[in-house]
Design a binder for this molecule. Structure first.
Ligand code: AHR
Length: 311
């Protein structure tokens, strides 16, 4: 992109008619879930619609690959870098390299933990604490008068990732005032369906009386349903299931009574990302945090939403 004056980081945009297209380097986490596939599609379609050249890289859930991709974007001299960090920590050195090169960085979907918030311009994505809180509050309300202990198993997302950390934390906090609600096991299924199934198989083998499953995404919940059915139990009845995302298959399972409650996490953030990128490259100020709008689903809401669901 042609900019008057100095680097892309601080320059003033020239007349749009003279400008070559913005180039965005985008490092995606992977393709671990239906949510992620929809998120990738949203980013790619929005870039094409906005006339932004997208250099896309899939890290296959590996932080080193993401760091390598970001370094290659810096070497190419892209106008802006966006990435969805697989884990929260370990980004400062590479983000300092981007800053030295004058390339602004946007975090999408997941946050990082850093003492230097000047390493990125904005973070666009869900409030994972709010999601965990919604899941826990629903369960607490449902068992408010429980007289017996309610055994909860949790299948966490990728270890060290922002959604796994925050969904776990806020859920535990939301149920903490109800002494009958007890998390008896919590293991990572890495946000994949195979992971969810394997973890649930282990839980079922080790724990005789599971009342509730809290899965950090639909894919792991759907994998766990396979394990529950294979063990001769009825998902949604013998074991209540709460998951996060709201992908089509998740909503269908909710309609079929196999999942009881879904907290939405919205992957369709491509358009907002491109709008932010255009402003940042033009030297405009943007909010440092942009939170995605989300809802929750019980059966009736899932029935209403499914026909128009795009992912
Ligand atoms: O970071 C968002 C999470 O990552 C989604 O809930 C999950 O499905 C995905 O893999």
């Amino acid at each position: 992109l042609a900019l008057a004056g100095c680097g892309a980081d601080t320059g003033t945009a020239v007349d749009a008619s003279d400008a070559s297209p913005i180039t965005m380097g985008f490092s995606q986490v992977g393709a671990e879930s239906e949510w992620r596939v929809a998120n990738t599609r949203s980013v790619q379609e929005a870039a094409a619609a906005a006339g932004i050249e997208l250099v896309f890289s899939d890290a296959q859930q590996d932080q080193d690959r993401q760091i390598e991709a970001i370094r290659s974007f810096i070497a190419k001299g892209v106008d802006v870098i966006a990435f969805s960090p697989v884990v929260e920590t370990g980004w400062d050195p590479v983000l300092r390299e981007a800053r030295r090169a004058g390339i602004p960085v946007i975090l999408t979907d997941r946050a990082i933990r850093t003492a230097d918030p000047g390493l990125y311009r904005t973070f666009l994505g869900s409030d994972f604490l709010e999601e965990g809180n919604k899941a826990g509050t629903w369960l607490d309300d449902r068992h408010i008068r429980a007289e017996e202990p309610v055994s909860i198993v949790e299948i966490q997302g990728t270890v060290g990732s922002a959604p796994a950390i925050e969904r776990q934390l806020a859920f535990a906090e939301a149920i903490s005032s109800n002494p009958q609600l007890k998390i008896v096991a919590s293991t990572s299924g890495d946000f994949t369906r195979a992971g969810g199934r394997a973890v649930m198989e282990d839980f079922l083998a080790d724990l005789p009386d599971i009342d509730v499953l809290y899965a950090h995404n639909d894919d792991m919940g759907l994998g766990a349903i396979e394990a529950i059915e294979a063990a001769g139990k009825v998902p949604g009845r013998d074991i209540e299931i709460i998951s996060v995302d709201g992908v089509r298959e998740g909503l269908q399972a909710l309609i079929d009574g196999k999942i009881n409650y879904i907290v939405e996490c919205n992957p369709l953030i491509g358009e907002q990302l491109m709008e932010l990128a255009v402003k940042i490259v033009a030297g405009e100020q943007v909010l440092s945090r942009v939170v995605t709008k989300e809802t929750v689903f019980e059966r009736s809401a899932a029935l209403a939403a499914l026909p128009d669901r795009r992912y």
